[in-house]
Design a protein around this ligand. Structure first.
Ligand SMILES: O=C(O)CCC(=O)C(=O)O
Length: 304
């Protein structure tokens, strides 16, 4: 028997996914913007799927637990969760090898997808654009619990990738972060006060469609203020260490689970035990520059 025919193919993803300079920036700032993760065409495909879901959410009807749901459903802001079974391209994005590789580099081990949602938002009607804005700053986990260092590099056990599907210019409400806050344990109100006292500490994401913002969930962050007439569309994929639970209502149907091929099981279903597949880079290790596309991710109906 040909051994290759019985060996399940591996989940190919880049390691390390970042260049040394990108890794340095991530360490110092707590975030990095990686360009060209999706092509323009792929952005169009995913954005169209989200707009379809948004339209569907306007009609009141009974929904299955695994269907997309709106946490915010306002004319200027749809925050939609439960995307995995909403459209094949959304599952393909959540399992995109580049996103998994980025997450794993920052986690320092195997990743499990724990969150998958999206924001479609535009300017708040009547917003006061003359006064410097305040933001809903938060972090998804605390510094002492979720941080560790290896080879002098910072790692976090819960990380996010935010992929822009529209161009995000300086007035388009890009994610705001308090640079460096991923290493500052303690009172968030004090951290926020420092940032408002010196607003140059608040960095605002400006990035073209197809770029991905990678950040530690220990980094203080928030949605920015849309000042332009443009709509912002982003997809959020959150990843944790492989034994982590889902962040929010992120259920998968039994039918979906049953179809997940072996090579995507850790990423999609996690692992019950604590051997977390630790894997670390050094700063100077060159990036794995292999290019991946949405078709390299997985969705129900993809070939096993
Ligand atoms: O809207 C954004 O850009 C920020 C998203 C956010 O706050 C989060 O993912 O926790």
């Amino acid at each position: 028997m040909d051994p290759a025919s019985t060996t399940p193919s591996a989940f190919e993803r880049p390691f390390p996914a970042l260049t040394p300079a990108q890794r340095y920036r991530l360490d110092v700032m707590g975030y990095v913007i990686v360009p060209d993760v999706l092509s323009r065409e792929e952005c169009g495909l995913v954005a169209e799927a989200l707009q379809k879901i948004k339209r569907d959410l306007q009609s009141p009807r009974q929904r299955r637990p695994q269907e997309p749901y709106a946490s915010i459903n306002l004319p200027h802001h749809t925050y939609v969760g439960g995307l995995l079974e909403g459209d094949p391209c959304l599952a393909a994005l959540a399992t995109h090898p580049t996103l998994a590789g980025l997450a794993e580099e920052l986690i320092g081990g195997e990743a499990r997808l724990v969150e998958y949602d999206a924001h479609i938002n535009s300017r708040v009607p009547g917003a006061d654009l003359a006064t410097p804005p305040t933001f809903g700053f938060h972090r998804g986990t605390d510094v002492p619990f979720s941080s560790h260092a290896m080879h002098g590099l910072y790692h976090c056990s819960f990380v996010k990738t935010l992929t822009m599907l529209t161009d995000v210019g300086p007035n388009d409400g890009g994610t705001v972060v308090i640079a460096g806050s991923h290493k500052l344990a303690g009172n968030d109100a004090e951290v926020n006060a420092c940032a408002y006292a010196d607003r140059s500490l608040i960095h605002s994401v400006v990035a073209p469609a197809g770029a991905t913002l990678l950040f530690d969930e220990t980094l203080v962050h928030a949605t920015g203020q849309v000042r332009s007439d443009r709509e912002r569309v982003i997809v959020i994929n959150g990843y944790g260490a492989s034994m982590f639970p889902h962040w929010n209502r992120c259920g998968m149907s039994e039918a979906f689970r049953a179809k997940v091929p072996e090579r995507f099981r850790t990423l999609l279903l996690g692992k019950a035990h604590w051997t977390r597949g630790a894997r670390y880079r050094t700063l100077t290790q060159p990036a794995d520059t292999r290019r991946f596309t949405l078709k390299d991710g997985w969705w129900p109906g993809a070939s096993p």
